[in-house]
Each structure stands twice: as C-alpha cells, then as structure tokens.
Design a protein around this ligand. Sequence first.
Ligand code: ADP
Ligand code: MG
Length: 254
Amino acid sequence: MDRLLEIKNVTKYFGSGDAVSKALNGVSFTMEKGEFTAVMGASGSGKSTLLNVIATIDRPSSGSILLEGRDISEMGEQELASFRRDRLGFIFQEYNLLDTLTVEENIVLPLNLRKCSVRDTQKRLKKVAASLKITEQLFKFPRQLSGGQRQRAACARALITEPALIMADEPTGALDSANSKILMQTFNEMNQYFDSTILMVTHDAVVGSYASRVLFLKDGKIWNELYRGDRTRQVMYHEILNTMAVLGGEADVR
Ligand code: ADP
Ligand code: MG
C-alpha cells in the first residue's frame, strides 16, 4: 500500500505563558491510500485542531505533516493555497451547495475554477454522477433534491477534482440518523469505487462504525485505535462504544 499521510509528533499550542493550552500534544500516525479513518474523542480533545492542521487551515506548533511525501508544514502561503485547492477535498456540515446553480453547475464548479477543459470536465462529471447515483438530478436545483441527494451532490463536488485526501469535520452534525446513514454509505462507496482516502471527525459511534479505522483522541494525544478488519459494522459499533466508555470524558453517544 502507498503511504499517503504521515503525521510525526505534531503539537499545537494556543495562547501563551500561563494561559497556554495544548490542543495537540505529540500526535503521530500514518494513513495509507484508500483508508477511511474516523477521529473520535470527547469535546475539546483536539479533533478539529488535528483536522485543521492537516487541512493546512492552521499551522502546527511543531512536528511534521507529510502528504504524498511533501511536508506541508514547510510550504509557503502561495504553495499551500494551490496545494489545498489541488490535493485536498472538503465535505462540510451544511453541504455548501449554491442555490442559484444547478446540481451539475455546483459539482463542476471546482473544475471551472481550475480551467479544466470541457471534455475532461464532462468525463469526470459523468463518472462521479453515475457512481453516486445522481445522474437524474444534474439539471435540478439543490432545493428540488432530497436531503440524501444533496449530500451526494456535495460528495460529488468534493470528489470531482480527484483529491488525494478528503476531509470532513462532523459531516453528519446537522443530519438525522437516517440521513447520517445515507451519507456514511456514500462515503463507503467513494472509498470503494474511487479508492478515496477519507479522514473524518465525528463524535457519533454509529457514524464512526462505517470507517475502516478509528483513532481516539484524549487531551490532544492518540489514546487508542481500532481497526474494523473483518468485523461487521454492528460489532465495530459496540467496540467503539466500549472504547468510549473506558476513554471516559464527556464523549456524547447519540
Ligand atoms: P474538538 O474538536 O475535539 O472538540 P478542538 O480541536 O476544537 O477540540 O479543541 C482542542 C482544544 O484546543 C480545546 O481545549 C480548545 O478550547 C482549544 N482551542 C481550539 N481552537 C482554539 C483557538 N483558536 N484558540 C484557543 N484555543 C483553542
Ligand atoms: Mg470539533
């Protein structure tokens, strides 16, 4: 397997002097291409901070972050911006689809911003739309779609640039359990058909149980990890709950 991401001894401090808080306190892990990893842990354990430093939204205080062998903590602002645009994909809680554009226009937007050729754009659009089963919806507007279809459109938009890494912070945060399930099935499909590498933060054990691996953060450190392996999703769900019970804190289980 190819190593996609290598996080080495990353720390992130906020504030200074007596008021310093260590959001990340020496985090190290690697991700192989095609892995679907969930990051779990109590509120305040550093999940979003971890995602943000990998997403190049925030800079680590120390340590290194290598994506496809390149150290993103050493890139300049301009290089970071193009790296973020070309190699990373984001899925937001609110989908961020633009109401005045059709579903197709929403999905191809990132390619238009990159001045991708019409032919290549159409080729990629066909592929993601077919895989995520939204071909019939392409000429509609977001408001004409069901919640599940909107999520698929948002996923298609994140996929169309073929990013090396797709990141999502609490992607199911605004969804009911039925729609959360649909979104996780879509993540599994992206993972399966596109070999997408996905890093997702969640505090929901059901949502986490769809991942191939779960990292548990506590006080800015990786405290434990679970690999799904051959386990069924239900068994994984129970293992996550057991781990959370031992982990303690205020991890809320829905
Ligand atoms: P989680 O996503 O797991 O709830 P966060 O990564 O948001 O946790 O936060 C980890 C710790 O870092 C918390 O103690 C939080 O208060 C602190 N923190 C996060 N962002 C900032 C910031 N911009 N300024 C100061 N402290 C922050
Ligand atoms: Mg958070």
